[in-house]
Design a binder for this molecule. Sequence first.
Ligand SMILES: [Zn+2]
Length: 400
Amino acid sequence: MRTLIRGVRVFDGERAVPAADVVIDGDRIGTAAGAVDAVIDGTGKTLLPGLIDAHTHAFEGDLAEALTFGVTTELDMNNLPPVLAAQRRQAAERDDVADIRSSSMIATAPNGHPTQIMTPDLLKALGTDRTLDTVADPGEARAFVEARLAEGVDYLKIAIDDGGSSGTRLPALSPELAAVLVEAGHAAGLRVIAHTVTAREALIALDAGADGLAHLYSDVDEEQAEETAARIAAYDAFVISTITYIEAVTGDPNGRELLRDPRIAARMSDRSKATFGREWADIPMHSQGVMNASHAAAALRRAGVPVLAGTDCTPFGPVHGAGLHHELLLLTEAGWTPEQALAAATGTTARLFGLTDRGRIAPGLRADLLLVNGDPTADITATRAIEEVWRGGVRHRWAA
Ligand SMILES: [Zn+2]
């Protein structure tokens, strides 16, 4: 099956092309030469690579919701092995769910973040009796990485968060243990991503050798943002944004704009809609976190540090799929151009996570595609005017 999308504006994962012909050839993006079986008129529309959310937690039903919103790949950043195995199996066998990569469970200190929220009761509600392993000494650190390797993880995730930015007190991995984890991960060829929420913790993680930060730091104001960004830029590392998550845990109601947007509300599940307004207790975050993280996003971009669009979506909110469209809006409100935001959810993320078969529109790559009405390189919210989603060349059938 060859489908031609004719005369469509293309955002290719890095930049915009005013008009092009793109062919979907089976599960791949083909070349425009030769006969086709179907033609789609691309006039007034924009074709993008399927979106990649660089920070998620995928439980039952989440990958289906993501795909409905054009998110064709989720990078899961902490999960429980039985849940993850089920989600990976679905992603391998089904066309109606987003693809997934994962760290499996996060390495943290005994009673460290996020064990205070991922309680046995919560995990039971999510369908598993498994709880998080923790790391107390170098021997446990190496055993932790071995266990994750046995699960076939795609990267490693560690937590360095002492709760200090919000006045909470949590045990955190020591810099020495973080370094042992990073070293073991790197020895096995894994990238290491660190959960940190303050600039101080970010620098501890980067000094330990982490390749990326799972959140923008949220405790540095506009005045200090440039200096902090310059320090981060001295490392060859990336940062995942998650302003959406910072909004959620600080009780900022701004994320509700999704519910007021009919393009989003029409597609969102009742389960996702019910997550808005949830109270987030016990999650360390600076009270001015949203504003600070926005300044950090702007300063890091100016300093040349890659920032990837991620939501930290969970089954309890922020919401899978739609949340990434909100994050893109927030990045433009932080001063980014729409093209910079779109690259942070497509080409840049694929490159930094070694996903060489996706994230761009070019012949031979996976046909993970999003066709929208209008021009999201001019108005970022046009990503929400979804016409079609293809996942590995299979057209997603969404029923209103
Ligand atoms: Zn997370």
